[in-house]
Ligand binder design. Structure first.
Ligand code: F58
Length: 841
């Protein structure tokens, strides 16, 4: 956007006056933020309108997701509009602290983990690539939850992210649609078989649109968030009829509950019903709007899949399959076969997990009661699918039952998603292989062409340019500003990897961020950490398979060594944790308490000379991650191999120059292939070894407990009063390892992890060597840009003809060469020349 500093100042001061009626000097940071965001909203409005007009004819992608973990928007809008430097300079002149203003923004609480953040990264990439791709999600009144620690325990506080309003949403009441729950359906034969749906509960889905601004281009896409509201016509409340009034209030509460919170507690039947309601609400509202838009564009429904791609992010929106069938058949009079081929051609599905407990199923009775018409359709899909299977595997009932959509009184959403879509993708090469060869091998045999891999990618605009502007500037000076459009150009750093002058600049930037983070941590936790220590960060959802306990056990072991030998030569290290535990996941919550107790014990111990410090930061979210990325030396990516579908934190850390200590799982493997074995520290069981243990057994954690003194000491310390909080407090953790089989193989990998940590420290001590590793990680991170992934989705899955030609992304690896869209290094001759002239040492 073209606006100079003086003009911006004029407009801003004008906005302050109009909004607040007082001079800038008298406004608070919050009021200044309001004025800035309101001005940005004005800037975006006009561009949005033009972008919609331009995009009208092209094929549109709709990315349906139960989560969009957006992070703060203001700074990103400024970057994408090309206004960040102008605004920073303008505020500097006005004597206003832009950073403080930006801190007043709430993180929109619309997500929880990697799946939701991936959805947000892809929105950013689609807009950056000028692809007409839009998000469809829910406008939760309260986010997942805000995490507080009280005596080291996680307390879940409602995340009231909307309390002061959300300036970037545009309510579109005129585009509200009706959603129906419950009731009865009766078949009617009137020439054609039709279903009459009666006595249902009617809910209004009201869209709130959030603009998604492309990076330095004219594209503004839309994230549409649906909010549940009572239907006006049902709102009966008169003073004379108290019963009606109570019913109305009950109805209103029931309706509003649908979008009141992300992941409502599903331990009760009511909670499960609410989640299913959310899923149907999201899919039905989105599909109704998509078809309405098609009609507005005068496109016949029979051409649906040429003009629309609907992508389902995991199985939460898998009801898109039967709902699209319902709309095509019931509302538009189409026959089953035509509706089915259009549905399959339109929908594609990404799987994000192989963990059996996370593959969604619904009890038939619950499903049928809530969605009677949809149930009839799912039943029909299942019957037809089983008939097809019978043709292929006549008489093999076991095989058919294993693959059926409905079996044993449950509806299996992954099976529905696979049967009803034309593409099923995993999110890393290993994950896709496991899907094809193990978890969904039956489906892969049946539909070999549907399965494909799309290794995740993340946006370097948020996680590098926004999070680490100093590094972004250094990269620009070194490899040319074009790296922002072509992240593969970062390969041009390789010749500088061993250059002390470049390394020193990189080190100075990291040191600056570390000292800033240290100050923030002191402020937030009262713990003083040394900016010259190794910052070792482990941030992600708290889960057994992510193995925060493995990290904690290693810390305990280090502490034990230090206590035994206070003079031990150890590079000072600060272990930083962050992450939320699902409220009903007791062991994960206890893990938080355990790590907090350990932190307390270690941080108070004066005898270890501050050699190790441990902090668990409250309320991990996107904004906190952005502060940690540029200050982190070591990133912990240590899941049980095979369990982490891909991971995306790993990618965000390497683009900031952190070195990973990690297992050979998910995206770590591809990162290792890209950066080279010498620039990542890997350890532990491979995925195949883990899967073999799961299938054949043969692992007894007691053998390790009895055979490795270090493990025994650490585990005993959980229950012998070593930790504050009492000896029984942490017994469930102890039991999970020794009495419940150490499902995530923490003890099994312990020795290898300790060795890897030693190796890490050895390498860190050679400062030049460490910095060269760091540079090489940044250099190879271009491959993990979400723009690259999105190009692959656009070309292979959605068959999208983009508005602008798809940008090509180079890689030294030929596996990124693609027939269309992508490209190899050979397409960037200048870079190729730099690289081939360089000597790497
Ligand atoms: C994550 N899934 C994967 N699920 O764990 C991670 O490996 C992958 O990189 C990422 O998706 C993106 O592909 C994930 O975040 C959830 O948060 C579940 C959602 C449903 C409720 C339980 C958690």
């Amino acid at each position: 956007m073209n606006i100079d500093k003086e003009e911006f100042q004029r407009q801003y001061l004008d906005k302050v006056a109009k909004l607040h009626g007082k001079p800038l000097e008298e406004t608070s940071d919050g009021e200044r933020y309001q004025a800035l965001s309101s001005l940005i909203r004005d800037y975006i409005g006009q561009r949005w309108l033009l972008s919609r007009r331009r995009q009208r004819q092209g094929k549109q992608v709709y990315y349906l997701s139960i989560e969009f973990l957006l992070g703060r928007l203001t700074d990103m809008y400024l970057i994408n509009l090309g206004l960040r430097d102008t605004v920073a300079a303008a505020f500097f002149d006005l004597g206003v602290d832009l950073a403080a203003i930006l801190e007043s923004e709430e993180d929109p609480g619309l997500g929880n983990g990697g799946l939701g953040r991936l959805a947000a990264c892809y929105l950013d990439s689609m807009a950056a690539e000028s692809l007409p791709g839009h998000g469809c999600g829910l406008r939760y009144r309260y986010g997942f939850f805000e995490q507080d620690f009280v005596n080291g325990r996680q307390i879940e506080v409602p995340d009231d992210w909307l309390k002061t309003g959300f300036i970037y949403e545009f309510r579109r009441s005129d585009e509200a649609v009706e959603i129906r729950f419950g009731g009865t359906v009766t078949p009617e034969l009137n020439g054609k078989l039709r279903y009459r749906h009666e006595n249902y509960e009617s809910v209004l889905a009201v869209p709130y649109d959030v603009p998604v601004v492309g990076h330095l281009n004219d594209t503004v896409n839309t994230l549409r968030l649906w909010s549940a509201e009572p239907h006006r016509t049902d709102f009966v409340c008169s003073a004379t009829n108290r019963n009606d009034c109570l019913k109305t209030i009950e109805y209103k509460n029931d309706v509003e509950a649908i979008t009141s919170v992300l992941y409502p507690d599903d331990s009760t039947r009511d909670g499960r019903v609410l989640r299913l309601k959310q899923h149907y609400f999201l899919t039905s509202a989105s599909l109704q709007a998509i078809l309405a838009d098609l009609a507005r564009r005068d496109i016949p429904l029979t051409r649906l899949s040429d003009h629309v791609a609907v992508h389902i992010n995991d199985t939460h929106p898998a009801l898109a399959v039967p709902e699209l069938m319902r709309l095509l058949i019931d509302e538009h009079g189409m026959g089953w076969d035509e509706a089915w081929s259009l549905t399959v051609a339109t929908i594609s599905y990404t799987n994000h997990t192989i963990m059996p407990e996370a593959l969604e199923t619904w009890p038939v009775d619950l499903f049928q009661a809530l969605l009677p018409r949809i149930f009839v359709i799912v039943n029909e899909i299942n019957e037809r699918f089983c008939r097809e299977l019978w043709q292929r595997y006549p008489g093999d009932w076991d095989h058919i039952r294993a693959m059926a959509v409905i079996a044993d009184g449950t509806i299996r959403m992954a099976h529905l998603a696979i049967a009803g879509s034309h593409s099923v993708n995993g999110v890393a090469q290993l994950h896709t292989r496991i899907l094809k060869e193990r978890v969904m091998s039956d489906f892969h045999q049946f539909y070999p062409d549907k399965f494909n891999n799309k290794t995740n990618g993340v946006t370097h605009r948020r996680f590098l340019i926004k999070a680490n502007p100093q590094l972004a500037a250094l990269l620009g000076e070194t490899v040319g500003e074009q790296w922002v459009q072509y992240p593969c150009d970062l390969l041009g750093l390789l010749p500088h990897a061993a250059d002390p002058a470049f390394q020193d600049k990189l080190a100075a930037i990291r040191r600056w961020h570390k000292s800033k983070l240290a100050a923030q941590i002191l402020d937030a936790t009262g713990v003083r950490i040394d900016p010259d220590s190794i910052f070792d960060t482990h941030v992600k959802r708290i889960h057994g398979y992510k193995r925060q306990t493995l990290n904690a056990f290693h810390i305990m072991h280090l502490y034990n060594r230090l206590k035994a030998d206070p003079g031990m030569d150890l590079t000072p290290r600060t272990f930083i944790f962050g992450g939320k535990a699902a409220p009903a996941y007791r062991l994960a919550k206890l893990t938080i308490r355990f790590i907090n107790a350990l932190a307390d014990k270690i941080n108070r111990d004066k005898t270890i000379n501050d050699k190790i410090k441990v902090v668990f930061l409250e309320n991990y979210n996107v904004s906190l991650l952005e502060k940690l990325l540029p200050a982190t030396d070591v990133s912990e990516q240590i899941p049980t191999a095979s369990r982490e579908a891909c991971g995306t934190g790993n990618m965000k850390f390497i683009m900031n120059g952190s070195v990973i200590i990690g297992t050979l799982d998910g995206g770590n493997i591809e990162i290792r292939n890209a950066v080279g074995e010498d620039n990542i520290i890997t350890f532990g069981l491979t995925a195949d070894e883990v899967l073999n243990i799961y299938e054949r057994g043969g692992y007894n954690p007691w053998d390790i407990y009895c055979g490795d003194e270090r493990v025994k000491t650490v585990l005993d310390q959980l229950v012998n009063g070593f930790l504050p909080g009492g000896p029984d407090e942490y017994r469930p953790i102890f039991d999970s390892f020794l009495h419940h089989g150490d499902h995530f193989l923490v003890l099994k990998d312990f020795a290898a992890y300790v060795d890897a940590q030693k190796e890490l420290e050895r390498r860190y001590r050679d400062r030049r060597h460490w910095l060269s590793m760091s540079v090489r990680n940044i250099a190879h991170s271009g491959k993990f840009s979400g723009d690259r992934t999105f190009t692959e989705y656009a070309v292979d899955i959605w068959r999208l003809r983009p508005e602008a030609p798809v940008r090509c992304y180079c890689s030294a690896d030929e596996d990124f060469a693609r027939a269309e869209g992508g490209c190899t290094l050979s397409r960037r001759p200048a870079l190729q020349a730099t690289l081939s002239n360089a000597t790497y040492n």
